[in-house]
Design a protein around this ligand. Structure first.
Ligand SMILES: Cc1cc2nc3c(=O)[nH]c(=O)nc-3n(C[C@H](O)[C@H](O)[C@H](O)COP(=O)(O)OP(=O)(O)OC[C@H]3O[C@@H](n4cnc5c(N)ncnc54)[C@H](O)[C@@H]3O)c2cc1C
Ligand code: FES
Length: 258
């Protein structure tokens, strides 16, 4: 199977996060919001394992898709050196994405940091009439893709930890205020674990279903190892579940976030 695709555009969104637009009929046509790709970083520096990255946005007509990547360590540093015209080795789309049910008329997508990326295509594709997004960043310089999110939803709320842009505080504080004013019938979360844990509790408080996207560290990315497991409920008990195969998106009432 061909996994090598051409990069059409490579640009920085801020000091440590870059966006790649990749040409692939296959991935752009098949990808569903919340699914991921795994990327080979190259042989440089002994980075053997593919790195999992969310599909941020797709253009099904042009046959392209976007991924946004924050530099964290060796692998993402290597990926940051790719330029327009280069070939990149990408496998996907993989995993289970978000549920897009027409019965949900009012949705809110809540994301923090790199967790905002899979929410963009979710908002673009979801058939709901009323779509809101609440995005959280550390500070003003970290705020990215604002215009793209604004265009994909009816109302966008931004918060920063230090109040340097938008509301000061956490996305979960904004979520409560927004839910008090106009309750949604479905919530989608992606971000740091404490944020998603609190988010699931808030969803329960408001008796609203939710889904969370788990950004667990991965090994093989295809269900062949056990690096990516998380805890999920099983009747009165719990079990380990592979995030790469059964996730990364899970129902809020199935997942156990420790
Ligand atoms: C389902 C999923 C979707 C993801 N989507 C995106 C995305 O759209 N954009 C993006 O920039 N990143 C995303 N990530 C995270 C990305 O995969 C990691 O940042 C990347 O693998 C780090 O590789 P590295 O070699 O640069 O860093 P490493 O050298 O492997 O690690 C550097 C640092 O990053 C931390 N780290 C590594 N992986 C993770 C992780 N999964 N979660 C939290 N911390 C981690 C390590 O603990 C370490 O401190 C996603 C991860 C998963 C599992
Ligand atoms: S990363 Fe190997 S099973 Fe999920």
């Amino acid at each position: 199977m061909n996994t090598r695709y051409r990069i059409l555009k490579a640009e920085y969104l801020n000091v440590d996060t870059f966006l790649l637009t990749v040409q692939s009929e296959l991935i752009s046509k098949k990808a569903r919001p919340g699914q991921i790709v795994t990327i080979k970083c190259g042989d440089e520096g002994g980075v053997i394992l593919r790195r999992p990255i969310s599909i941020c946005s797709v253009d099904r007509e042009k046959g392209t898709f976007d991924i946004a990547i924050q530099i964290r360590g060796k692998g993402t540093k290597i990926l940051s050196k790719f330029k327009a015209g280069d070939m990149i080795d990408i496998m996907g789309p993989l995993g289970q994405g978000f549920s897009l049910y027409p019965k949900h008329k009012k949705i809110i997508a809540i994301g923090g940091g790199i967790g905002i990326f899979p929410l963009l295509q979710l908002l673009k594709d979801h058939p709901a009439e009323n779509k809101k997004a609440i995005l959280g960043f550390r500070n003003k310089s970290c705020v990215i893709l604002e215009e793209e999110f604004r265009q994909a939803c009816n109302e966008l709320f931004i918060s920063t930890d230090d109040g340097s842009y938008g509301d000061k505080g956490f996305v979960t504080d904004t979520l409560k205020k927004v839910m008090d004013k106009e309750p949604a019938d479905m919530l989608f979360f992606c971000g740091p674990l404490p944020m998603m844990k609190l988010g699931v509790e808030i969803a329960k408080e408001y008796n609203t279903p939710c889904e969370v996207s788990m950004e667990q560290r991965m090994g093989c990315g295809i269900g062949a190892c056990l690096v990516c497991v998380c805890k999920t409920k099983k009747e009165d008990d719990w079990e380990y579940t592979q995030v790469c195969k059964m996730g990364p998106v899970f129902s809020g009432d199935k997942i156990i976030i420790d």
